[in-house]
Design a protein around this ligand. Sequence first.
Ligand code: SF4
Length: 143
Amino acid sequence: MRWPFLTYFRAGYRGTMPIKIRSESDMPPKDFKCKQCGHCCINLNGAFTATAYEKDIQLWREQGRQDILDWARAIHPGGDNYVYDLWIDPSTGDDAQECPWLKKLPDQDKYVCLIHEVKPTHDREFPKTRQHAEEESCKGFEP
Ligand code: SF4
């Protein structure tokens, strides 16, 4: 299975161990191999200012990931609907200026996602297709 970003720093997880939430038929597309360049999480529009789905919030609750929940802010547009703003710095209440979960590997031009296995759906679904990758300058389909 090829996933964007390798899974590192498991020892740093709090709460229960993360579960795998993808199957072989899920993202990413066939022939995709993330190069860990960090471009999608640093430069793309909405890279770290997206919203979470209710299922993301539910997963984090189930996993005891209060550390992630602390960075999500519920917005109630009305009715039974909630959306969750990401990522909101819990110490200031302001939008984060960079993804709090993206870390650069020492002495390498590569990045890892500290919450890879439970990251938001929005992030897990990137890129949706080869065309999407090419449009967003993702190198995941390059040799
Ligand atoms: S832009 Fe593509 S290759 Fe680079 S880190 Fe994101 S998914 Fe991986």
